[in-house]
Design a protein around this ligand. Structure first.
Ligand SMILES: Nc1ncnc2c1ncn2[C@@H]1O[C@H](COP(=O)(O)OP(=O)(O)OP(=O)(O)O)[C@@H](O)[C@H]1O
Ligand SMILES: [Mg+2]
Length: 245
C-alpha cells in the first residue's frame, strides 16, 4: 500500500543545507493503523508532508497504492492528494460556512462531483461515527471531539489509500482524544482503512498495530503490538525512554 524507501529530505536555510530525513525505510499494508513517534524536530511532520505530496523530497522513493510519487509532476501530485489521500489535521480544518454533512462531502466537491453514491457514503460515515444528531450543524456549534470525528469522516469520503494524520489528538482532552482514536479503529475495522498518524501521545499510539520511532531523521525502532493495549503502551514508554538516553 505505502512504501517508503531510503527517503532523504533536507531544508536549505540560507546557504546551509540542513538534513532532516536521512534514509527512512518502512512499509504499511492495507488496513494497518500505524503511528510515528519521536522527539520534537525529529522529522515526523516532514515525513508526513513528503507522503502527502506537500513538499518535494531529495532522494529515495515513495510508492502509494502502486503509484510512484518520485517522478510525478505537480498535476499528478495534486491528483494523488485530492483523490487518493485523506487528511486529518490537528486543528480539524473544517469550513465554517458549511454544515457537518457538507464538510464531509468537501473532498468530493474538489474532485468535481457529488453524485448519489457520494451522498450515500456521507450518510453511512455520519452513522458510523455517531454524528447524525449534528449533521446539519455548523463547526462553531459542535465540540472539539465532534469536529475531529467529522474530520475523520471527511478523510474517508474518497476511500483513500491512506489517511494521514498529524497530531490529530493534539488539541483535545483525553476523552475527546479517545473518541478520535476510536473513530480510526472504526474506520480500520469497518472500512479496512489504512491510517498513518503522527502523535506525541503514547496512549493514542498504543491503539495502533505498529509504531515507528523516529530519532534525528532515522528510524530508531519499529515496534509491533503483541498482547494488550496497556502492555503495548508500556513497551512504547520503555523504548521512548531508551531513545532519550
Ligand atoms: N520549511 C522548513 N524550513 C527549514 N527548516 C524546517 C522547515 N520545516 C521544518 N524544519 C526543521 O526540520 C526539523 C524537523 O521538523 P519537523 O516539523 O518535521 O519535526 P517534528 O518531528 O514534526 O517536530 P514536532 O514534534 O515539534 O512537530 C526541525 O528542526 C525544523 O526546525
Ligand atoms: Mg510536527
Amino acid at each position: 500500500m505505502l512504501y517508503v524507501k531510503d527517503l532523504h529530505k533536507s531544508y536549505m536555510t540560507g546557504k546551509k543545507e540542513y538534513p532532516v530525513l536521512k534514509g527512512i525505510n518502512f512499509q504499511i499494508a492495507k488496513g494497518e493503523f500505524v503511528a510515528v513517534m519521536g522527539p520534537s524536530g525529529s522529522g515526523k511532520s516532514t515525513l508526513l508532508n513528503c507522503i502527502s505530496c506537500y513538499i518535494p523530497f531529495d532522494k529515495g522513493e515513495i510508492t502509494l497504492g502502486g503509484i510512484d510519487l518520485t517522478n510525478l509532476n505537480e498535476t499528478g501530485l495534486a491528483k494523488v492528494r485530492n483523490e487518493k489521500l485523506g487528511f486529518v489535521f490537528q486543528d480539524f480544518m473544517l469550513l465554517d460556512g458549511l454544515s457537518v454533512r457538507e464538510n464531509i462531502l468537501v473532498p468530493r466537491i474538489i474532485r468535481g462531483k457529488v453524485d448519489a453514491e457520494a451522498e450515500r457514503l456521507a450518510d453511512r460515515l455520519i452513522s458510523l461515527f455517531g454524528i447524525e444528531h449534528i449533521k446539519n450543524k455548523y463547526p462553531a456549534e459542535i465540540s472539539g471531539g465532534e469536529k475531529q470525528r467529522t474530520a475523520v469522516a471527511r478523510s474517508l469520503i474518497n476511500d483513500p489509500y491512506v489517511i494521514l494524520a498529524d497530531e490529530p489528538t493534539g488539541n483535545l482532552d483525553s476523552k475527546s482524544s479517545r473518541t478520535v482514536i476510536e473513530s480510526f479503529e472504526h474506520a480500520k475495522e469497518q472500512m479496512n482503512a489504512t491510517i498513518f498518524m503522527v502523535t506525541h501521545d503514547s496512549f493514542a499510539a498504543s491503539f495502533c498495530d505498529r509504531v515507528i520511532l523516529l530519532k534525528d531523521g532515522t528510524v530508531f525502532r519499529h515496534l509491533e503490538k503483541a498482547g494488550s493495549r496497556s502492555d503495548f503502551q508500556d513497551v512504547l514508554l520503555e523504548a521512548i525512554k531508551e531513545m532519550s538516553e
